[in-house]
Design a protein around this ligand. Structure first.
Ligand SMILES: [Cu+2]
Length: 400
C-alpha cells in the first residue's frame, strides 16, 4: 500500500504536470483526516504558512528553534533545516530569518505565479516549479524539505502544501477553470491511492476535490487579487531557441535545442531566431501584455544526477560586466532543482519543464536590447561536485 501511494505520487515528475495540484490537495486532506481520526478531534484542520505575505517570510514561530524544548511544540522542530552560509545563500531558517533574506527586491522568489492567466497548465506548472520548489529548497536540504522522498518528514511540509492549495483556490475564485481533459484523459476521473484515518487503502478521484466551492473547508483569507485580465491562451509561437554548443551560428540545419550543462561559474547561452524575423530586438517595441499574451522563457528538461544544493539566477539579455544594480532589470527568476534530480526515487521522464514569464522584463528593456538575445545562468554558491545540473532540452522563448 505504501508503495502504491508512493508510485502514484504526482509531485514533480514534469509529466503529466496537471496532477500536481489535485494530487497534493488529496494528500493533505487525507493527512488531516488521519490526524482527526487518531486524536478523536473530527473538527481538526491543518493551518497554512502564508509565505506570500512579507510578514510571514519566516517559518511559523512554533517550528523555530526558540520552541525546540517546549513540550507542546518540540515535535515541530527539525534541527537540520538550512543555515546561513549554506550553498544556496540561505537564511537561518530555524532562527526565524525570512526565507528570502538574501533575495530582496526584484530577486524575491516568494512571489505568486501569474494569477491573471486563465490557462491551468501554465498556472500549475509555474506555481510548482517556481514558488513551490523555492520554498522547499530554501527551507531544508537533501535530508528533509529539499528532497522529494523526505520532504513530508518535516511537519512544515503540510503547512507549505496547505498554502499551495490556498493559492490554487484563489486562482479558481478569480473565475479560472480547472481542466476537463489532459493528455487525452478525463482529468477529474483520474484516481490516486492514499491511506485513510484507520490505515486502510483508499482510492480517491480528482472529481471529489476539483470544485473549490464544494470543499468541506474554507480558508479565512485568500491571497490578494492581482490585476484580473481575463485571458485565453493564444497561439503559441516559438520565437527563439538555444543553439547546441559547438553548432556554428547561422547554420540553419544545425540549429536544434541541445543540452546545456550548468557548472560552477556563470554561463551565457545564445538564443537563435526560429525564423529570421523573430529577433527580440524587432519584436519588443511592438509587444504589449494584453489579453493574456505573454512572452515565456521555457527551460526544457531541467535535471541533475544528484541534488546540486544550488539554485541559478536566470537573466535575459544580460550585458557582459553589468553592475548588480543594472542586472536587476534583466533578472527573470531563480531556477531550483527540487524534484529534478534522478537519485530522488522517482524516474525522471527527461527532467522538468520550468517556465518564466519574461513579459515585464522585455517591456522594461525595450530600446536597450542587444542584437543577439542570450540567457545567463549564475550559480548561487557552489553546486555539489557530482550533481551535473543541466537543461537537457535547451532553452526557448515563446510568444503565447
Ligand atoms: Cu511540495
Amino acid at each position: 500500500m505504501a508503495s502504491d501511494t508512493w508510485f502514484t505520487c504526482q509531485s514533480h515528475l514534469g509529466q503529466p504536470e496537471d496532477y500536481f495540484l489535485p494530487w497534493h490537495r488529496l494528500y493533505v486532506a487525507q493527512f488531516e483526516q488521519i490526524i482527526a481520526t487518531i486524536t478523536n478531534h473530527p473538527e481538526f484542520t491543518l493551518p497554512y504558512w502564508d509565505y506570500t505575505s512579507p510578514a510571514s517570510y519566516a517559518i511559523p514561530e512554533a517550528f523555530q528553534a526558540k520552541n525546540k524544548d517546549d513540550p507542546t511544540f518540540s515535535p515541530l522542530f527539525v534541527a537540520n533545516r538550512n543555515v546561513a552560509g549554506g550553498q544556496l545563500r540561505a537564511a537561518n531558517v530555524n532562527d526565524g530569518e525570512p526565507l528570502n533574506k538574501n533575495f530582496p527586491g526584484v530577486r524575491n522568489f516568494l512571489v505568486l505565479p501569474d494569477m491573471t492567466g486563465g490557462d491551468y497548465s501554465v498556472f500549475c506548472g509555474q506555481l510548482d516549479s517556481a514558488l513551490h520548489g523555492n520554498v522547499h529548497v530554501y527551507t531544508g536540504d537533501a535530508s528533509n524539505m529539499g528532497n522529494v522522498p523526505t520532504a513530508a518528514g518535516d511537519p512544515i511540509f503540510w503547512l507549505h502544501h496547505c498554502n499551495i492549495d490556498r493559492i490554487w483556490m484563489a486562482w479558481n475564485e478569480q473565475g479560472h477553470k480547472n481542466p476537463t481533459q489532459t493528455n487525452g484523459r478525463n482529468w477529474s476521473d483520474t484516481k490516486f491511492v492514499y491511506v485513510s484515518g484507520t490505515g486502510k487503502r483508499v482510492e480517491l478521484a480528482i472529481d471529489q476535490i476539483s470544485n473549490s466551492a464544494k470543499l468541506p473547508y474554507r480558508y479565512d483569507e485568500l491571497p490578494k487579487k492581482t490585476l484580473v485580465a481575463e485571458s485565453s491562451r493564444g497561439q503559441d509561437r516559438l520565437l527563439l531557441r538555444s543553439v547546441r554548443p559547438g553548432t556554428a551560428p547561422g547554420n540553419r540545419a544545425g540549429v536544434v535545442s541541445g543540452p546545456i550543462a550548468l557548472g560552477q561559474t556563470a554561463q551565457t547561452v545564445k538564443l537563435e531566431p526560429a525564423e529570421p524575423q523573430n529577433r527580440l530586438i524587432n519584436i519588443a517595441p511592438r509587444f504589449e501584455i494584453r489579453g493574456g499574451r505573454r512572452l515565456v522563457l521555457v527551460l526544457n528538461g531541467v535535471q541533475a544526477s544528484a541534488d546540486p544544493r544550488t539554485t541559478y539566477e536566470v537573466y535575459l539579455d544580460l550585458p557582459a560586466g553589468a553592475s548588480p544594480a543594472a542586472a536587476d532589470d534583466h533578472y527573470v527568476g531563480l531556477l531550483n532543482f527540487f524534484g529534478a534530480s534522478s537519485d530522488q526515487g522517482h524516474s525522471m521522464h527527461g527532467g522538468k519543464t520550468v517556465e518564466f514569464d519574461v513579459s515585464a522584463v522585455v517591456q522594461k528593456l525595450r530600446g536597450r536590447l542587444q542584437e543577439e538575445t542570450s540567457v545567463t545562468l549564475v550559480p548561487v554558491g557552489q553546486p555539489a561536485a557530482d550533481a551535473a545540473p543541466a537543461i537537457a532540452g535547451g532553452i526557448e522563448l515563446h510568444d503565447r
